[in-house]
Design a protein around this ligand. Structure first.
Ligand SMILES: [Fe+2]
Length: 180
């Protein structure tokens, strides 16, 4: 289950209903898929070949198609990051820049963990959403955010897109930073 940490106030939000209502208020979609459907051999495997990625997609075919149909997503794939990923540190450094996309950033965590750091409304500011297997999140189009791994430094996630070209990171700068 996801845990939220608000950066300014250090408030921690836990428990499904609390997390859901906080994220709803911030316009962030949060759902849950049953990851026990995954074959055991894929639950803790982070170095995946194409066939194993296909197996993950076929395991969650119904969940994916239901979400896609509801939200207009058209394509999907599986991404994995771990110490087996070449240049993981370089990649993580690149990820840690606040950016926006011209479509939603949708991730269903299949194994491991990940954190989205999302810019909330003016009163809330930035908050971390710590995600574990089964958590599904959609960061809204145009909403500043960045992504990083947790201490285990590994994740497998299903990504859904409207168009893969829409998922380009555009750097985001705070207005007062721009004016300085
Ligand atoms: Fe992003």
């Amino acid at each position: 289950m996801a845990v939220i940490k608000v950066r300014n106030t250090k408030e921690v939000i836990e428990g499904h209903d609390n997390v859901l209502s906080f994220l709803e208020k911030q316009g962030v979609l949060y759902e849950h898929w049953d990851m026990s459907k995954l074959p055991e051999g894929l639950r803790e495997k982070f170095d995946l070949n194409d066939q194993e990625k296909e197996e993950i997609l076929s395991t969650f075919k119904e969940d994916i198609e239901e979400l896609a149909g509801r939200r207009g997503y058209k394509t999907w794939d599986v991404i994995t990051l771990s110490d087996a990923t070449p240049n993981l540190d370089e990649l993580l450094k690149k990820f840690e820049n606040v950016h926006v996309h011209t479509e939603d950033e949708v991730r269903a965590i299949a194994a491991g963990h990940g954190i989205f750091i999302i810019k909330g409304d003016e009163q809330t500011g930035y908050f971390d959403v710590e995600l574990e297997a089964g958590d599904v999140i959609s960061v809204p189009e145009g909403n500043p955010h960045f992504f990083t791994l947790m201490e285990d430094r590994k994740v497998v996630a299903v990504r859904l897109f409207i168009e893969t070209e829409g998922w380009v990171a555009h750097p985001y700068q705070e207005k007062d930073e721009v004016n300085q």
